[in-house]
Write a protein that binds this ligand. Structure first.
Ligand code: ZN
Length: 478
C-alpha cells in the first residue's frame, strides 16, 4: 500500500470492484458530484447523494487535510424542466410582457437554489469547495476555465460530434469503447431505440450536445446558432473547469450511470484525448419510501423541506440530523427504505449517543481510530456506528470514551453542542490564575488551566512586548 492511499478503499463502478484509493495528487484530492436541477424542491431521494458524499468529503479532509481536498458540486440551472416551471408559475406575467421567460427562469432557479442550500444545511452537510452554475459555463469565459461551447467545438474538430437537424450530436460510433461504465454495448442500445424519432441521428445512441432555441427560449450565441446545451456536456465542462481533465472521484446516484455519466465520460475523454475522466466512479443506491418507489402518482413523494417543516410524514416534523442518520444507517450502495420506523430508530440512537457525549465537556482531539477505519472501508457507516454505540456504552462523566464519541459525532456532522463558553467567566478564571502564578501557587494555577481545557478552552501564555508582563490569551479547541 502506498503512503498516499491512507488505507481508504472505495468501490469503483467502472471496475465493479473495491479498490485501494490512491489520489492522483495527495495535495489536492479532487471530487465531483452531480448536483440538483433547480426547478423544484429537492426530494428525499436527492438528499441521499448529498449526505453520502458529504461524509466522503469529511473523510477525505480527515485523511488528507482540509486544505487538500476540492469538492465540486454543480447546480443545473438550464434545463427544459426549468423552462416549463417558469411558464407554469409566471405564465400570466410572461404573456402580458411584464416578465421575459429568461427573467422568470432566473426567479425559479434562484429561489430553488436558495431552498436547496437551506435544506442541505439542515441535513448537516458542509458546503462544497466550489458550486458552479451551468449557465456560467456555456460560453467561453474571461478566466479561461473550460466551457461547453469550446468543448463541443473540440469534439467536432476531433470527429466525435456532428451537426444534424439543428442539433449538435455526439457520435457514439466514433468512440470504440463507449459504454464501459454501464457495460452496455452499442448494439444493445440500438435494439431498444425508437428509430423513427431519431431519424437524423447516425446511431440511435447519439445524444444532444447543443440544440437551437426559439426566440422566447433561453439561448446563447454559438457557431451553430442561438441555442442551449444538452444536459451531459455541462458536467464535462464544470468538472474540467475546477478539477482538470482527469480527476479522482466522480459521484452521483445509481440512476445517473446511464446515460448521464456514460455520456460525461464519452465527451470528456474524446475532447481531451484521455484514457479516463475520473479514476473512481461512485454511485449511491435507490431510495424507496415505506417499501414503495417514490412517485407523485402514488402520493408518497416527499421533499426534504416537507419532512423538516411539516407533519406530512409520520404526523410530525423531523430534525435534519435524524434524517441524516437514518440515511446513513444503510450502506450507501444498498437500496434504502425510508420509513417512519427508520426515522424513529435513528432518533432514539442519536438521543443515546448525544446523552453519552454530553458527559464529556469537550471533544477529544483524536477521532476514534476504529470509526475512521470503518469509514475507510468504502464508507461502512453501519460499522462506524457500532463503534459509536460501543463508546456510548463506555462513556462516563468526563472519560475518554465520552470525549471520543463527541469528536466522532461532530466529525460526522451531528450537532452535539460544543462547550458553551462564557467569556466573562473565562476572563475571571484567567485573572485568578495570574494571581496564583504571581503567588507561586503553581498547583492551583495548573488546576484552573486544566479545568478550562476540559471545557475546550486552551490558554496561551505570552509576554506583553512593551511591559514584559505575562499575558494570557485563549481559544476554543474542539
Ligand atoms: Zn453530472
Amino acid at each position: 500500500m502506498s503512503d498516499a492511499s491512507k488505507g481508504l478503499r472505495l468501490y469503483n463502478t467502472l471496475t465493479r470492484t473495491k479498490e485501494d484509493f490512491v489520489p492522483i495528487d495527495p495535495r489536492n484530492v479532487r471530487m465531483y458530484v452531480c448536483g440538483p436541477t433547480v426547478y423544484d424542491f429537492a426530494h428525499i431521494g436527492n438528499a441521499r447523494p448529498v449526505i453520502v458524499f458529504d461524509v466522503l468529503f469529511r473523510l477525505l479532509r480527515q485523511l488528507y487535510g482540509e486544505k487538500h481536498v476540492t469538492y465540486v458540486r454543480n447546480i443545473t440551472d438550464v434545463d427544459d424542466k426549468i423552462n416549463d416551471r417558469a411558464l407554469r408559475d409566471f405564465g400570466a406575467e410572461i404573456a402580458s410582457g411584464k416578465l421575459s421567460l429568461n427573467e422568470a427562469i432566473r426567479r425559479v432557479t434562484e429561489k430553488t437554489a436558495d431552498q436547496f442550500h437551506k435544506d442541505v444545511a439542515m441535513l448537516g452537510c458542509l458546503e462544497p469547495t466550489v458550486e458552479p452554475r451551468a449557465t456560467e459555463f456555456v460560453e467561453p469565459r474571461p478566466d479561461g476555465r473550460a466551457d461547453m461551447i469550446s468543448l463541443i467545438q473540440r469534439l467536432i474538430e476531433r470527429g466525435h460530434a456532428y451537426v444534424a437537424a439543428a442539433e449538435v450530436l455526439f457520435d457514439t460510433a466514433s468512440m470504440p469503447d463507449y459504454g464501459q461504465l454501464s457495460k452496455r454495448n452499442l448494439d444493445e442500445q440500438q435494439a431498444g431505440a425508437r428509430v423513427a424519432v431519431d431519424a437524423h441521428k447516425k446511431s440511435p445512441g447519439d445524444f444532444v450536445l447543443w440544440k437551437l432555441s426559439s426566440p422566447e427560449e433561453p439561448g446563447w450565441n454559438s457557431p451553430w446558432g442561438r441555442g442551449r446545451p444538452g444536459w451531459h456536456i455541462e458536467c464535462s465542462a464544470m468538472s474540467a473547469a475546477y478539477l482538470g481533465e482527469v480527476f479522482d472521484i466522480h459521484g452521483g446516484g445509481l440512476d445517473l450511470i446511464f446515460p448521464h455519466h456514460e455520456n460525461e465520460i464519452a465527451q470528456s475523454r474524446c475532447a481531451h484525448g484521455t484514457e479516463t475522466m475520473a479514476k473512481v466512479w461512485m454511485h449511491n443506491g435507490f431510495l424507496q419510501v415505506e417499501g414503495q418507489k417514490m412517485s407523485k402518482s402514488l402520493g408518497n413523494f416527499y421533499s426534504i423541506n416537507e419532512l423538516l417543516e411539516t407533519d406530512i410524514f409520520g404526523g410530525r416534523k423531523w430534525p435534519g440530523e435524524v434524517l441524516r442518520l437514518a440515511m446513513l444507517m444503510t450502506h450507501y450502495r444498498e437500496p434504502i427504505d425510508f420509513s417512519v420506523r427508520k426515522l424513529e430508530e435513528a432518533e432514539n440512537t442519536l438521543r443515546k449517543w448525544k446523552r453519552a457525549a454530553d458527559l464529556a465537556p469537550a471533544a477529544a482531539q483524536q477521532l476514534p481510530a476504529a470509526m475512521v477505519d470503518a469509514l475507510s472501508d468504502d464508507l461502512a457507516t453501519y460499522a462506524a456506528f457500532q463503534v459509536l454505540t460501543q463508546l456510548a456504552g463506555e462513556a462516563a462523566e468526563g472519560n475518554d470514551a465520552a470525549a471520543s464519541l463527541k469528536a466522532a459525532l461532530l466529525f460526522l456532522g451531528f450537532d452535539v453542542g460544543a462547550a458553551k463558553v462564557d467569556e466573562g467567566e473565562i476572563d475571571k478564571a484567567i485573572a485568578r490564575r495570574l494571581e496564583l502564578i504571581a503567588a507561586k501557587n503553581w498547583a492551583e494555577a495548573d488546576r484552573i488551566r486544566d479545568e478550562l481545557l476540559a471545557l475546550g478552552v486552551q490558554l496561551k501564555d505570552g509576554k506583553d512586548p512593551i511591559t514584559g508582563e505575562r499575558v494570557t490569551t485563549w481559544e476554543v479547541k474542539r
